[in-house]
Design a protein around this ligand. Structure first.
Ligand SMILES: O=C(O)[C@H](O)COP(=O)(O)O
Length: 207
């Protein structure tokens, strides 16, 4: 029986995560902590005995560096990798580069929470989670899922909201359910899929 393995990992802490800035499609690198988180993620995958055949990432540096660091820990540098902006972070539009606490002061706690975590309310000039899903899901269905179903063990290094969009589909979460779902930096989620592409098992390696 083939191992339909799909591992999702959010990038390690970025310079803008540290500064508490809305990031979206902006392209800061990882902090020292982010580098350690990415290496630790690779070690966690290695400790599970996982080996990969293919990887996917976004066109943003923080996700690509996280992938490289994980592959290095796994002894799998040079793994065939597809990079696509479909896996980019949600575009935060006019909020990009603003401090999250300053935004709360300006627009209020509730409004900022709605922009950050609601399903279908976009931040000004940016993408809602629904918009993010609309570009992430076709890529998943057309490019990532066929690999997994063929038995190619698949590693995806991407972003909080592009991965929340995929997790919503994989875990059949409602728009209310996804509101509460947070993804830690450098925290791998290990799925095994059934032949019909539903989730057979899930292992959260956040700790
Ligand atoms: O783009 C960002 O600012 C972060 O990577 C994710 O931000 P969020 O936690 O506000 O969705």
């Amino acid at each position: 029986m083939s191992d339909r393995l799909l591992v999702l990992v959010r990038h390690g802490q970025s310079e803008w995560n540290l500064k508490n800035l809305f990031t979206g499609w902006k392209d800061p690198g990882l902090t020292e902590k982010g580098i350690s988180e990415a290496k630790a993620a690779g070690q966690k995958l290695k400790a599970q005995g996982l080996v990969f055949d293919v990887a996917f990432t976004s066109v943003l540096t923080r996700a690509q560096t996280t992938l490289d660091l994980m592959l290095n820990e796994l002894g799998q540098t040079g793994l065939p990798t597809q990079k696509n902006l479909a896996l980019n972070e949600r575009d935060y539009g006019d909020l990009s580069g603003l401090n999250k606490d300053d935004a709360r002061k300006k627009w209020g706690e509730e409004q900022v929470h709605v922009w950050r975590r609601s399903y279908d309310v976009p931040p000004p000039g940016g993408e809602s989670l629904k918009d993010t899903l609309a570009r992430t899901l076709p890529y998943y269905v057309q490019e990532i899922l066929p690999c997994v179903l063929r038995g190619e063990r698949t590693l995806v290094a991407a972003h909080g909201n592009s991965l929340r969009a995929l997790i919503m589909v994989l875990e059949k979460l409602t728009p209310e359910g996804i509101l509460k779902r947070e993804l830690g930096t450098g925290a791998p989620v290990v799925y095994r899929l059934n032949a019909d592409s539903t989730v057979a098992s899930k292992l959260d390696l956040a700790e």
